[in-house]
Write a protein that binds this ligand. Structure first.
Ligand SMILES: C[S@@+](CC[C@H](N)C(=O)[O-])C[C@H]1O[C@@H](n2cnc3c(N)ncnc32)[C@H](O)[C@@H]1O
Length: 193
């Protein structure tokens, strides 16, 4: 799948990280599968030998993701889970190489159903505990909707609490963007030495 020529949207940045990080055979998690765009990209990267676990709490999102994922020849590498990502440990038993969280509400869906810091942080804690060395978690964070700023503030405090000896945590933003531009966070597990 092609990358955009310029990084104009936060999803361009997410795609960039997926493309440089996710390799054949990886175990990847799409914690908020929504319309299935990230799931499809992950499937095409992990291939037949890999695995993508995709979570969402909305029936529409699960249906949209299944439809989108069928575009991949590696559809059989997908396990789709209709549950909160906070319960990830009930479904994902392996170590994880990559995870993506595209937070907020489902575009073209019900804007009152949003991700919330409590379950987002619960899922993150479970993921980073079993992230392989060099593994990454990428989060697209939106602050313009009701509840978005609160989620970001809580996440930011959580990011600052993550142990520096094991992880790098990087925040990126469109600093000159108007109207609450989204931010991108990357959590990276350091090499084993
Ligand atoms: C911005 S959309 C995701 C877009 C998606 N990644 C894509 O490529 O189309 C956010 C999604 O998070 C889902 N969501 C909200 N809370 C959740 C939770 N606790 N666990 C899993 N998904 C959740 C919403 O239902 C919504 O579909």
């Amino acid at each position: 799948m092609k990358l955009s020529k310029h990084i104009t949207k936060i999803t361009d940045f997410v795609n960039f990280f997926i493309d440089i990080s996710v390799k054949e055979g990886f175990v990847a998690v799409d914690a908020t599968c929504g319309n299935g765009n990230d799931t499809l990209r992950l499937l095409n990267r992990v291939g037949r030998k890999g695995k993508v676990y995709a979570f969402d709490i909305q029936k529409t999102a699960i249906e949209n993701t299944i439809e989108k994922a069928r575009e991949s020849e590696f559809f059989s590498s997908l396990e789709i889970i209709s549950d909160t990502h906070a319960n990830l440990d009930l479904y994902v038993k392996e170590n994880i190489d990559f995870a993506v969280f595209n937070l907020g509400y489902l575009p073209k869906g019900d804007h009152s159903i949003i991700t919330e810091s409590k379950s987002t942080i619960e899922a993150l804690e479970k993921i980073i505990k079993r992230l392989n060395p060099d593994g990454k978690v990428v989060l697209a964070i939106y602050t313009g909707h009701d509840g978005g700023k609160e989620e970001y503030d809580e996440l930011y405090s959580y990011f600052k609490s993550i142990d520096q000896s094991d992880f790098n945590v990087i925040m990126t933003e469109f600093v000159n963007g108007k109207n609450n531009p989204p931010k991108l966070a990357v959590i990276e597990k350091k090499h084993e030495v």
